[in-house]
Ligand binder design. Structure first.
Ligand code: TRH
Length: 404
């Protein structure tokens, strides 16, 4: 198959819950368009969720161009359009029947991919690239699994991300200075966000999570801890608990400032803990937050991957499922990620991840985790480097050429 294939791609995304589905779809869409010159159409059924990630999007428009990607409101009853070379249904969303029929009618059949959820479990290798013939139409769908090993589809990683991260994090050498030597990028980032610069000896933590039973105990451990700690909480599901911890009630107003589009307000302080609430920012800005913090609490799928690219120690709250199967998934990543670490460090990660996902005694687990921060920081950079060898967008394009 020629190198220029595929020239066009339709990504279909049905937003089930939260921001992970559209977060991954939007990231993939931009990568295919910007880095590989593919004409991408992103079909999304919930433009309001999309607009959280792409603030310039107009939720009233059925069709618009956002950052080089054609974004279409995937409304039921919409007339079929010309079928693309590559068709991706994100997370097993169901393609419209009319579109499927148009795919089948095309002389040269499009490559049809079901992009699956991310898991570090072993079974993924056996399911990645499996074909699934359509029961009635002359079409074959292929399962494409992101993952952490060479036999999976890999992870979404922008071409220049790690270089940008390194440039952002590069420390300025400051002789005779007692304050931490931050890079200019980092200093500007905090200034734009309205968050004070670090104070001596401070630990800076980002906290993106679902409602979490362990949150109050974690905040208490930080409040009473020996080290000053600044916690940055993006607006969202954890916020009511944070506010409750500080004895607040009522609605918050998140009107962004016109100048920078970011405003950090309100803030809380007690003991050694300061908390700043951040508005939900664009994905690129969220990356900067992960790069600028010492430790990141992340959730779901995409923010968990971004924390791994950040190379900093991270704590993952997995998306909970009724039957508890998520715990096996949590353990699978924990085992892969901690392989090769000193036993005490491995145990520290295990204990904190478990405590954060429904276990007990998070205060003690936090102390042990923080004590291992130096080892986890250098490990995180190596881990990111290792994962970077398996790039999902490249693999997807190679696979499309192979099966076309
Ligand atoms: O929002 P999530 O909880 O999404 C989840 C998971 O994807 C889960 O696997 C899925 O089954 C469930 O939804 C339905 O967490 P996730 O995956 O981290 O997605 C959040 C996205 O939001 C991610 O792309 C990062 C982005 N983000 C921003 O762009 N700005 C922000 O300020 C923050 C906090 C996040």
């Amino acid at each position: 198959m020629e190198a220029g294939f595929p020239r066009s791609c339709d990504i279909f995304c049905s937003v089930v819950d939260n921001y992970g589905d559209i977060g991954v779809s939007w990231r993939l869409a931009r990568q295919l368009a910007h880095e590989h010159g593919v004409a991408v159409r992103l079909w999304v059924d919930d433009l309001a969720s999309f607009a959280r990630l792409c603030p310039e999007a107009d939720t009233a428009l059925a069709r618009q161009i956002c950052r080089g990607v054609e974004v279409l409101h995937w409304a039921t009853g919409r007339a079929p359009v010309a079928v693309a070379d590559l068709v991706i249904e994100a997370f097993a969303c169901k393609l419209p029947q009319a579109y499927l029929e148009a795919m089948a009618a095309r002389a040269r059949k499009p490559v049809w991919i079901n992009l699956e959820y991310l898991s570090a479990e072993d079974w993924v290798e056996g399911c990645h690239r499996l074909p699934s013939p359509h029961p009635a139409l002359p079409l074959t769908k292929y399962f494409f699994f992101p993952g952490f090993t060479a036999k999976t589809g890999g992870l979404l990683l922008e071409r220049d991300l790690l270089a940008r991260r390194d440039a952002f994090q590069a420390k300025i050498i400051q002789e005779d200075s007692r304050t931490p030597a931050l890079s200019r990028g980092e200093r500007e980032f905090w200034r734009n966000l309205g968050v004070p610069q670090r104070i001596e000896g401070e630990l800076r933590v980002s906290l993106f999570s679902y409602e979490n039973e362990a949150l109050a105990a974690l905040l208490a451990a930080w409040e009473h801890g020996a080290q000053p700690l600044t916690c940055l909480v993006p607006e969202g599901r954890a916020l009511p608990q944070v506010r409750q911890y500080f004895g607040e009630a009522g609605e918050l107003d998140f009107s962004p400032t016109a100048a920078v589009g970011l405003k950090s307000d309100p803030r809380y302080a007690r003991g050694n803990l300061r908390v700043h609430v951040l508005p939900f920012v664009e994905q690129e800005q969220y990356d900067l937050l992960l790069w600028a913090c010492d430790i990141n609490f992340v959730r779901g799928e995409d923010s968990c991957v971004r924390a791994q690219w950040a190379g900093k120690p991270f704590v993952w709250q997995i998306y909970p499922q009724h039957d508890g199967v998520h715990l096996a998934k949590l353990e699978a990543l924990r085992v892969r990620y901690t392989r090769g670490l000193a036993p005490g460090t491995e145990a520290a990660v295990r204990d904190l991840w478990l405590a954060w996902n429904g276990g007990a005694d998070i205060g003690a687990a936090w102390q042990r985790f923080v004590a291992r921060r130096a080892e986890l920081s250098s490990h995180g950079l190596h881990w990111a480097q290792r994962l970077a060898a398996n790039n999902l967008a490249l693999n997807l394009l190679d696979f499309s050429r192979e099966v076309a």
